[in-house]
Design a protein around this ligand. Structure first.
Ligand code: PMP
Ligand code: GLN
Length: 381
């Protein structure tokens, strides 16, 4: 994976999706659903185009969408971002993350992230001239060790970059873990950037609670999310950041020289999507819960060691029971051997070349596709 500017390595997602195409494999690697989002949202985008909403939107996003984002934050979490100054619509969570890093961290600064971490984090920190400091969530439980986090904070620490529900492990940080992060951030006067793109993909009795809702946190937290996951439109790249006016102003200042603005008709459609009734969100998570249970049971039955995800649409496994020591080698071999693609978790570690046996599968595919994937693994492994 690309870890620093000037390094020409493609991301592991590009690499593995190319292998999926070449071998006509079932792609349980890169996280994108096979089905488009709900019809009425697709129609809303088409309608917006026909209505002539095809030119630049305002830098911060169309006012209706900012209102819908504010309403969503209030409805689900009781948070009240200001629709004028407290929200910026971005080209996916990716741009929000990049802009936040460029705005809030600089040369000599350290950004702490929970390892394994989404590969863009290290690249974004590097683009800002900052250094990413990993704090390990240990396999196979992947819980936060608050003491380890505390020990990682030093004089150069500027930002805690937190992700929950967590890609790739499926960990949903619990109240006590979040409270420990919040306490530390307040005590050490740190900015927190929190990637909550899987906020609506939380299973069983687990709950997503935004870090911004903890005492002392609103004024120091930039909360990032995206429509891609929640409404199954990853290609639309509509994301957003919300928080206090001073931090959002800094994110906007950078964003104006990245994309400036993007996706006008999609912004109209996502306005409608966010305003959808609770049924949508409930059915969405129920559907994914069934898929999770199916894939988790199937992989365990095949002999993988599985960490059951509490959230996201990913499951982290260990391929060690198949003799695999190097997940990259295992995943490079898997498409030809089995006709299935997965992602080696080592791509999400500070040293992506250090072999690890963990492999991530996604369950954002229909049950018959997951079944076919499992059948192929059974035949080939
Ligand atoms: N953060 C995490 C944790 C993700 O998994 C992803 C997408 N896979 C993103 C950010 C990027 O989101 P977007 O497509 O909205 O840019
Ligand atoms: N976030 C998606 C994943 O983790 C991939 C996005 C990308 O291709 N960069 O699978």
């Amino acid at each position: 994976p690309m870890n620093a500017p000037g390094q020409a390595r493609t991301t592991v997602f590009t690499q593995m999706s190319a292998l999926a195409m070449r071998h006509n494999a079932i792609n349980l690697g890169q996280g994108f659903p096979d089905e488009s989002g709900p019809d009425h949202i697709i129609e809303a985008a088409a309608l917006a185009m026909r209505d002539g909403h095809n030119q630049y939107p305002p830098l911060a996003g169309i006012p209706q969408l900012r209102q819908a984002i504010a309403d969503h934050q209030r409805r689900f979490y009781g948070l009240e971002p200001d629709t004028e100054d407290g929200i910026v619509v971005t080209a996916g969570a990716s741009e929000a993350t990049a802009a936040a890093m460029l705005a809030l961290a600089g040369p000599g600064d350290e950004v702490i992230a929970l390892e394994p971490y989404y590969d863009a984090y290290k690249a974004c920190a590097a683009m800002a001239g900052a250094t990413l400091v990993p704090v390990r969530l240990e396999a196979p439980a992947y819980r936060l060790d608050a003491e380890r986090l505390r020990a990682a904070v030093g004089p150069r620490t500027r930002v805690l970059l937190i992700n929950s529900p967590h890609n790739p492990t499926g960990t949903v940080l619990e109240e006590t873990e979040l409270a420990a992060i919040a306490e530390l951030a307040v005590e050490r006067d740190l900015i927190v950037v929190t990637d909550e793109v899987y906020e609506h993909l939380v299973f069983d009795d687990h709950r997503h609670r935004p870090l911004a809702s903890f005492p002392g946190m609103w004024d120091r937290t930039v909360t990032i999310s995206s429509a891609g996951k929640t409404f199954s439109v990853t290609g639309w790249k509509i994301g957003w950041a919300s928080g206090p006016a001073d931090l959002i102003a800094r994110v906007k200042a950078v964003k104006q020289f990245l994309s400036f603005a993007s996706g006008t008709p999609f912004q109209y459609a996502i306005t409608e999507a966010l305003n959808t009734g609770d049924d949508y969100y409930r059915d969405y998570v129920a559907g994914y819960r069934e898929r999770r249970d199916f894939l988790v049971a199937g992989l365990a039955d095949l002999g993988f060691t599985v960490t059951e995800p509490q959230g996201t649409y990913f499951v982290t496994t260990s391929a060690a029971p198949f003799g695999a020591k190097d997940g990259m080698e295992f995943c490079l071999d898997l498409p030809e051997r089995c006709g299935v693609v997965a992602i080696p978790n080592q791509a999400f570690y500070a040293d992506p070349d250090a072999p690890r046996p963990e492999v991530r599968f996604t369950f954002c595919k229909p049950l018959p596709v997951l079944q076919e994937g499992l059948d192929r693994l059974r035949r080939g492994l």
